[in-house]
Write a protein that binds this ligand. Structure first.
Ligand SMILES: Cc1cc2nc3c(=O)[nH]c(=O)nc-3n(C[C@H](O)[C@H](O)[C@H](O)COP(=O)(O)OP(=O)(O)OC[C@H]3O[C@@H](n4cnc5c(N)ncnc54)[C@H](O)[C@@H]3O)c2cc1C
Ligand code: FES
Length: 285
């Protein structure tokens, strides 16, 4: 690291717009700090967001545009509660981007299956945005999203658009049946099962050789486990499956050791790992 440069230097970013996704989750569109303009910020990377006096936390970028960054934040504790109280014109501090992000270069030219559980859709939304901005670089996109209940569904406006995009399949399920819910129920892993009611739509089941499909997964540890089992059952290759982890972090830059798992620092070596790499890490997932 360059001596004289403070690695914890933050940049102020003005909030342009906020949007309530659910009662606990809000999206924040913020201006791109001048110092980050033109910098490469890839899907799956994260920033350390802070408000003086309220702490700092890693938050994934959910869309990058020339002049803006989009974040989606669950109200979980001291910092995120404070951020939820902010509105357009207020400022947050951020530093980053950090982490490796999803291996976009490696998956270029293939089908992408995104499996999201709950707020795991946030980092994957940056992949969706990237796919639509660079559609000529990929084959097809399939988004499989599981939410706890209909009240927990985020990005409802985006989802309406995704359903009509070319070369795109979108499937949504909620955990349990609800009055007035006509969609799928059950866990998102059911979409992956070979006995799924409409397996023809699951891209890796069309690509029988698994040679042209990659899977990205983000969700809570329980869900990661069942996705792992479902993919193992159909022998989907672990080196074509990538998972983004959300370990507790402090510095975000490989200095404090808060995020490590075995020899890997999730902030530096991750947060995205192939399932093959995860298999060699301590069994936490
Ligand atoms: C790479 C990465 C990307 C992330 N992206 C997002 C994102 O896009 N959006 C988003 O909403 N969140 C994201 N998170 C999670 C977010 O960083 C945490 O929820 C963060 O802790 C919130 O900070 P806080 O100060 O508001 O809450 P905290 O005070 O940190 O509390 C958050 C929750 O964790 C519990 N908790 C607090 N301390 C501990 C502890 N030591 N051990 C176990 N549990 C504890 C609290 O009880 C509470 O339920 C991401 C995390 C990582 C690592
Ligand atoms: S968060 Fe400090 S080393 Fe990863």
């Amino acid at each position: 690291m360059n001596p004289g440069i403070n690695p914890y230097q933050t940049y102020d970013a003005e909030i342009i717009q906020t949007k309530e996704e659910t009662s606990m989750i809000k999206s924040f569109l913020v201006e791109m700090p001048k110092s980050l303009e033109g910098k490469s910020i890839m899907p799956g990377q994260f920033f350390q967001l802070s408000v003086p006096g309220y702490g700092e936390a890693p938050i994934s970028v959910s869309e990058v545009n020339e002049k803006t960054l989009l974040f989606c934040i669950a109200n979980m504790g001291s910092l995120t509660q404070k951020i939820h109280s902010l509105g357009s014109g207020d400022k947050i501090a951020l530093r980053g981007p950090y982490g490796n992000g999803f291996p976009i270069a490696q998956v270029t030219g293939s089908n992408l299956v995104l499996v999201a559980g709950g707020i795991g859709l946030v980092p994957l939304r940056s992949v969706v945005a990237y796919f639509f901005h660079h559609q000529d670089k990929f084959k097809n996109l399939e988004i499989l999203y599981g939410a706890k209940s209909s009240k927990d569904i985020i990005y409802k406006e985006d989802i309406k658009q995704w359903r009509h995009k070319p070369n795109t399949i979108f499937k949504l399920t909620i955990d349990k049946p609800e009055k007035d819910w006509n969609g799928n129920t059950g866990f998102v892993t059911e979409f992956l099962s070979a006995s799924s009611s409409d397996p023809s739509e699951t891209l890796f089941q069309i690509d029988k050789e698994f040679s042209q499909t990659h899977v990205f997964v983000v969700g809570p540890p329980m869900m990661l486990n069942s996705v792992y089992k479902a993919l193992s059952q159909i022998q989907f290759p672990p080196d074509k499956t990538f998972v983004s982890l959300e370990n507790r972090m402090k510095c975000g830059i490989g200095k404090c050791g808060h995020c490590n798992s075995g020899s890997q620092y999730v902030c530096l070596d991750g947060p995205v790992f192939s399932w093959k790499t995860l298999q060699a890490m301590p069994n936490e997932y």
